[in-house]
Design a protein around this ligand. Structure first.
Ligand code: ADE
Ligand code: ZN
Length: 345
């Protein structure tokens, strides 16, 4: 039950956000302003109108809206503003560490990707100076563009490691775009020192998840909720410690899960799969990380121990080198213990 004490605990507890698309954090007012300044037509004239755009009947419709709206973001400065606003929003929710993806193919031929990444890094560095929030970046390649074009983007990712890019990922339309053709690109990303992530098992079944772990050697999976349809896969994920970055509200809004009752978060957690809790695209899914923790309690019956496990799973699954991950883990563990004592939860 979400008691007032547990709600206070959720608001104040130190958190990590492991699955977040920068473009998906854009505030309606910022979207409107950027579209006007950059001469990009939006099918809305004011904030109320923009808010109406974030509605979808299925995953394909969500992707169409996402790809259309992010066209309003045009310059390194725009990315710096988005990153600063996203970082401030995270820090206010007591997020201590975040891994944030950019969707490079949505911007190709419109924005210089080097500038976009440098701007993003500058925005998050300003937040780090002001609040202490640490952010690392990943590039999330749109799988529908096919593996051939990915090489050019991977080259940019490698050059951007100096700006805090640590991860390579595929996202976008999972239907009809299986992981296997990306195996060579993923191997090259790994050889370059990037860590590996893939959206899998969001709207396609276990075959997509098996492909992401076998063919791509993906260390973490975005969503992975359809793994629940294959008992062998659930056992595999739990024994190998393959992490699922789960985003409950996202799954409801895109129709990836039909209802809270049909969402497998609780079963995957109980089966020992290391899961983390995230927002994916908070503006597009009308949520915040704090709300996702409330949902974990209200809809999935998580208790305070479970909430702490979700946070600590995230820290352990992070793509930080061990010498940075270990002190963060200790600090967050200490903070959680002190807060539980203070609030008596
Ligand atoms: N890009 C932004 N959000 C996404 C999601 N939920 N799945 C795949 N690609 C995405
Ligand atoms: Zn995602």
């Amino acid at each position: 039950m979400l008691t007032p004490e547990i709600d206070t605990f959720i608001m104040r507890m130190p958190k990590v956000e492991m699955h977040l698309h920068l473009e998906g954090t854009i505030m309606p007012g910022t979207l409107l302003e950027l579209a006007q300044r950059n001469g990009v037509e939006l099918p809305a004239r004011d904030i109320v109108g923009v808010e109406q755009l974030f509605r979808y009947r299925n995953f394909a419709e969500f992707l169409t809206v996402y790809m259309a709206l992010v066209r309003a973001i045009r310059s390194g400065e725009d990315f710096e503003r988005l990153a600063y606003e996203a970082g401030t929003m995270l820090a206010r929710q007591q997020v201590r560490y975040a891994e944030v993806m950019l969707s490079p193919m949505q911007h190709l031929n419109r924005v210089d990707l080097h500038e976009a990444i440098a701007g993003t890094a500058a925005g998050f560095q300003r937040v780090e100076r002001e609040t202490g929030l640490v952010v690392r970046l990943g590039l999330d390649y749109g799988r529908q563009y096919g593996p051939e074009l990915a090489w050019e983007v991977l080259e940019i990712a490698q050059q951007a490691m100096k700006h805090g890019v640590v991860a390579w990922s595929i996202g976008g339309n999972e239907i009809g775009h299986p992981p296997e053709p990306f195996a060579e690109v993923f191997a090259a990303a790994k050889a370059a020192g990037l860590r590996l992530m893939a959206h899998a098992g969001e709207v396609v079944g276990p075959a997509s998840v098996w492909g992401a772990v076998d063919a791509l050697q993906s260390e973490r999976l975005g969503h992975g909720i359809r793994s629940i349809d294959d008992a062998n896969l659930v056992t595999y994920l739990s024994q190998r410690g393959v992490v699922l970055d789960i985003c409950p509200s996202s799954n409801l809004w895109t129709g990836a899960a039909r209802s809270w009752e049909a969402h497998p978060l609780r079963q995957l957690f109980d089966a020992g799969v290391p899961v983390t809790l995230n927002t994916d695209d908070p503006t597009f899914f009308h949520t915040t990380l704090i709300d996702e923790y409330r949902i974990a309690v209200r809809q999935f019956g998580f208790d305070v121990d479970d909430l702490c496990t979700l946070v600590l799973n995230g820290v352990r699954a992070s793509f930080l080198p061990l010498h940075e991950q270990e002190p963060l883990l200790r600090r967050i563990e200490d903070e959680l213990i002190a807060l539980r004592q203070e609030l008596g939860v």
